[in-house]
Design a protein around this ligand. Sequence first.
Ligand SMILES: Nc1ncnc2c1ncn2[C@@H]1O[C@H](COP(=O)(O)OP(=O)(O)OP(=O)(O)O)[C@@H](O)[C@H]1O
Ligand SMILES: [Mg+2]
Length: 472
Amino acid sequence: MNPRSLRFRITAWYAGLLAGTLMMFGVSVYLGLERYLDWTLQRTLASECRTIATELLSQFPTKNPAWLATEINEAYAPEVNGRFIRVVREGVDVAYVSGAPKDGTFDPSRIPLPTDQEKDAPRKLQFGAGSRLLINTMGFTAPDGSRFLVESGAPYNQTEVVLHGLLVTLAIYMPFIVSLAVAGGYWLMRRSLQPVDEITRRAEGITSTNLSERLPVICTGDELERLSISLNRMIERLDEAFQHINRFSADASHELRTPLTILQLELEGIAQSHRGESGLGDHIGSALEETHRMSRIVESLLAISRLDAGEVKMEKVHIDLGDLVASTASEMALLADEKAIRLRTLGTTGVCVEGDKTRLQQVIVNLIDNAIKYTHEGGRVEVSVGREETVAVLEVSDNGPGIPADCLPHVFERFYRADKARSRASGGAGLGLSIVKAICAAHAAEVTVSSQPGQGTCFRVELPLLPVLASD
Ligand SMILES: Nc1ncnc2c1ncn2[C@@H]1O[C@H](COP(=O)(O)OP(=O)(O)OP(=O)(O)O)[C@@H](O)[C@H]1O
Ligand SMILES: [Mg+2]
């Protein structure tokens, strides 16, 4: 999965969860506060009723309504505070009723008397558009036996103002908090997934040729650290398995060398003693040829296995690639002449690289040998050396039959021959290019091939230029 999309998905989940949790939190705070304010208002009103009853109405029989009005107005100032207070002498009259509040939210004269069910319980009344009143009623019996109903009410305005304020605060801050958390979460996610990107990038670059490399270990003490350690252990096991295979090939080739040499010597001895005998001599000659061929294969296999296992000690020196190509090509001119092939060397001297001279010469020989071997008589082979930015480029091209596109990806594999019948006839075992590839890998060089069937083939080797010369 693309880490970028993973990041987006986790962030989206996180944002959704956070927004949902905040929403639930907001709703519960709103409902809780509404209940609490309602309850507080009810308690205040109930306590007001109780105070009026116990402190004023208990003295009322000896006083008059004017005294009651003065006392209540002085103590509670209902008109100023926007409150409603009414004292009813049950079955007689209304002993006191507060005036209309200054803000005109309700009209006390229009408030109906409580029904029997509404006595001793709070009730809510709606006035006009949006103005609501909470009224608490309490029954009281004075010492002289007269019964009173005390009502105390207050508009919901203040509660509504507080709740509205909370709503506005939540509406402003919640998106802000969510956006901040999403941005922070995305940043954290990027930071924590960065090592995964690095591991992926490095893992992509690990092939059978550089199994000694390891992935970076993320020291976080969590799953990522365990993952990077496990991957490294897996690469180590693969490395060991590859080394085992290489060692086996090298050991097998090495063991075959001696018996083959003995066989060759024996056959040469027999051939000497039977010189002149046409029938037997021919048979021994052909057997000898086959042992020579087998020896070459064993030698090549041994060379590849040792190169792959890194057992070959490279004697790296500064080499002028142009000079090396010119001298090698001139040594092979005879081979080209045999097929009337025009072998041309194009190149500049002064293209210097660092490498093992013998091995690099082997690369050049193998490539020129192939070009001559697979090009028809009278053909043309060109070897060129040049430089491109930081690399030295060696190209061996010919105008031979070319290599079919489906064979191109396999030509560097061991024992692979594009045209089996022809290569075998020319003595090829399909190991020359494997050696080229192994030597190039040991020199941090890259070898590639391009070919147009019927028109020719071009092998290109890119070697790192010596730094000093790269800048001139
Ligand atoms: N210049 C070329 N033109 C056409 N085909 C080529 C050329 N170079 C290589 N090939 C093809 O690639 C195959 C592999 O080449 P490689 O050099 O590895 O093996 P070989 O030449 O068959 O045997 P060896 O090099 O071991 O004697 C060859 O068999 C041949 O089919
Ligand atoms: Mg070859």
